[in-house]
Design a protein around this ligand. Structure first.
Ligand SMILES: *Cc1c(COP(=O)(O)O)cnc(C)c1O
Length: 334
């Protein structure tokens, strides 16, 4: 299948599977898994943080960050479109007794600091304690500018908040900006990174932070049922992903750009050309029956989500030829 639904659909390559097969393992809850320990040590260096934690998913890494930064009755400010507000089942409230304070995202995915400042609660028993600002990069395939991240750091320092990055796709941002990942992550007190999206690992995320923060997160990880035992086989896949699959994200971005340009020329489709990473967003004319189109293309081995606004995602299992196959199939059906 040619699968545009998400970059989570990638499957581990032969070389990644070999790395998993050969990984030395132990019981990670006892701190005994050499491959998990190696990945966490590698991550500390790569991201220039003092502590790292291997987590089962990005949702878990974000939740652990929120629960490590905030206590019961605290709140975090984030975007209305933030994954850790909108797409994580309300976990911070459900499991952490932490109140989200969402702010409308600007068109470029950023949060306006004046609006954030207005949402910070005074120290008064009527209100939750505002503790944390959480940003997302990339967000909807858009890259937040480095200057904006520096401004965010200044902002939280002024207002005595902590700063978290949902960096599920932070490497896509770094590759797009042609900077080292630390140019992005250095502004934050904690960062979550997905190994199982464009980087191509089957499972796993990282949480970076200070030793004190990661100690708390490690405890909550166990409480939430995320203490995995011989997790080294999975960690080895993550390590392989970090060592081999970062630079190639530029291929996904180039493929997305190619897809965007061609799709925008097809009658009935309008593409948001401002995205520079691996996500193509398009609207379509009301004459197109999107459900029917999705069904027809599925029979030809092409998958996409027939949503109101199309989101087509490129990744390491999609080639330039696959995109041509998709465009030709599309053109034949409309
Ligand atoms: C996918 C994603 C997550 C969550 O990752 P899972 O591993 O699917 O739980 C968090 N944040 C963003 C921005 C994501 O895209």
């Amino acid at each position: 299948m040619i699968d545009f639904r998400s970059d989570t659909v990638t499957r581990p390559s032969k070389a990644m599977r070999d790395a998993m097969h050969n990984a030395p393992v132990g019981d990670d809850v006892y701190g005994d898994d050499p491959s998990v320990n190696e990945l966490e040590a590698y991550a500390r260096k790569r991201f220039d943080f003092d502590a790292a934690l291997y987590c089962s998913s990005g949702t878990q890494a974000n939740l652990l960050a929120l629960m490590a930064h905030c206590e019961r009755g605290d709140e975090y400010i984030c975007g209305q479109n933030a994954h850790n507000y909108k797409f994580e089942g309300g976990g911070a409230a459900v499991l952490g007794s932490i109140q989200p304070q969402p702010i409308e995202n600007e068109k470029d995915g950023s949060l306006c600091f004046n609006k954030v400042a207005a949402a910070i609660k005074p120290n008064d028993c009527h209100f939750a304690n505002t503790r944390l600002l959480s940003l997302e990069n990339t967000i909807g395939g858009k890259v937040l500018p480095l200057e904006y991240l520096a401004q965010a750091r200044d902002f939280v320092d002024t207002h005595n908040l902590a700063l978290h990055l949902d960096g599920a796709r932070a490497f896509n941002a770094a590759v797009d900006l042609n900077v080292d990942i630390t140019a992005i992550t250095k502004h934050f007190d904690s960062v979550s990174i997905c190994l199982s999206k464009g980087l191509g690992a089957p499972i796993g995320s990282l949480l970076l932070g200070s030793p004190a923060l990661i100690d708390k997160a490690r405890r909550w990880r166990k409480v939430l049922g995320g203490g995995m035992r011989q997790a080294g086989m999975l960690a080895a896949a993550g390590q392989y992903a970090l060592e081999h699959n970062v630079n190639r994200l530029q291929d996904d971005h180039a493929n997305a750009r190619y897809l965007a340009q061609k799709l925008n020329k097809l009658s009935g489709f309008t593409v948001d050309m401002s995205n520079t990473t691996n996500m193509v967003y398009a609207t379509y004319s009301s004459s197109i029956n999107i459900e029917e189109l999705a069904q027809a293309l599925k029979l030809q081995g092409i998958l996409f989500s027939p949503s109101k606004q199309l989101r087509l995602v490129t990744h390491l299992d999609i080639t330039r030829e696959d995109i041509d196959t998709f465009l030709n199939a599309l053109a034949a059906h409309i």
